[in-house]
Design a protein around this ligand. Structure first.
Ligand code: ADP
Ligand code: MG
Length: 324
């Protein structure tokens, strides 16, 4: 059985994960008591950390490649929501066993995302215990233009990227709660297993949007964080929700809208911007190849209201996912 140090050397201190020699901002990576970094001084460093616990954040029998892929991607989504450029990450891994096939697949999942987003592993910790994965990501962002939750202004339009509700339907398909044709099932399951952090989108929005958040717990729950931080309210048009044809092929429209509003795991961005930047947003959407949909507006009454196409208010008993 490999020791802690064998595991680190074999699976994590490997070329697909560690910074390339050309990255002069990393003076020292894995192998010493600390990593040493000397990053670009005109940028602020953006830090975020997330823990994934087996049974809560990923499925007990989920493919290890997908566990690694998803774990790193959802952390990068927080950088995207800030408009930051991914740079480094650390990994604290608690394992009940040292299964080499699992470690190999897990590391490959991490590598796929690390290469995609040019983010590199600079250290971590490896311990024995119930399976849990903590990843800390570090990015770089303009200190004056980072996309904060607190920047929404009354009169801003509210936008979301991509389509919503797919990952929640995907999870139900994975758990065999709903049945459907194979291509829709694959698409939706993949939206859960392999979300796309909207990094290019976030960077492009840095000088355009007033506030942003990534949608991990559900649109309404996450939008509520923007409203609280910005001390404003919002009106959301439920008929404007961007829904994929795959989602609409497995559930009725009402259920699809409900998922889009309250279900998590999509990792799309929700942002607000002054209504006069609409043209600029069209360019951003074209450049990034990701749809941007206007779904509502920021109001000054400090409440979150959902309306249908006849302007009737719709009540939701739950806004999204909460741990406690
Ligand atoms: P220490 O005992 O000083 O905390 P460790 O023995 O935990 O050091 O780790 C040795 C080196 O390996 C450190 O540089 C640490 O950052 C790195 N490391 C440990 N576990 C991991 C991991 N899962 N992924 C990446 N690097 C790791
Ligand atoms: Mg240690």
């Amino acid at each position: 059985m490999p020791s802690e140090f064998d595991i680190i050397n074999r699976y994590f201190a490997q070329t697909n994960l560690i910074p390339p020699a050309s990255d002069k901002t990393v003076l020292l990576g894995i192998g010493d008591d600390c990593a040493l970094l000397q990053p670009n001084s005109d940028k602020a460093l953006a830090f975020s950390i997330d823990t994934l616990v087996e049974g809560v954040h990923f499925l007990v029998d989920m493919d290890a490649f997908l566990v690694g892929y998803r774990a790193l991607m959802v952390n990068i989504s927080d950088l995207a929501a800030m408009g930051a450029t991914p740079a480094y990450f650390t990994l604290a891994l608690t394992l009940p066993w040292s299964d080499e096939q699992w470690l190999n697949d897990f590391a490959q999942g991490l590598s796929a995302v690390a290469q995609m987003h040019s983010i590199f592993l600079i250290g971590g910790d490896t311990t024995r215990g119930p399976l849990s994965i903590t990843i800390q990501v570090v990015g770089q962002v303009s200190p004056t233009h980072a996309l904060k939750r607190s920047g929404a202004k009354v009169g801003d339009a509210i936008y979301v990227t991509g389509t919503l509700g797919d990952a929640a339907a995907g999870l139900q398909i994975i758990q065999e709660e709903i049945a459907c044709d194979e291509s829709a099932a694959n698409y939706l399951a993949n939206r859960f297993y392999q979300p796309s952090a909207r990094v290019n989108m976030g960077q492009s929005l840095v000088e355009v949007a007033n506030s942003a958040i990534d949608i991990s717990d559900g649109l309404l729950a996450d939008l509520a964080h923007i409203l609280k931080a910005s001390e404003v309210g919002a009106r959301v048009h439920i008929d404007a929700m961007p829904l994929s044809s795959e989602l609409l092929s497995v559930v009725d429209k009402k259920t699809a809208q409900q998922l889009a509003l309250t279900a998590g795991d999509d990792y799309e961005l929700c942002f607000t911007a002054a209504p006069d930047v609409e043209e600029k947003l069209k360019e951003v959407s074209q450049k990034t190849g990701v749809a941007i949909t206007r779904i509502g507006e920021i109001t000054n009454d400090k409440s979150l209201t959902c309306v249908d196409s006849d302007n009737n208010e719709i009540e939701f008993t739950t806004l999204g996912f909460r741990h406690f």
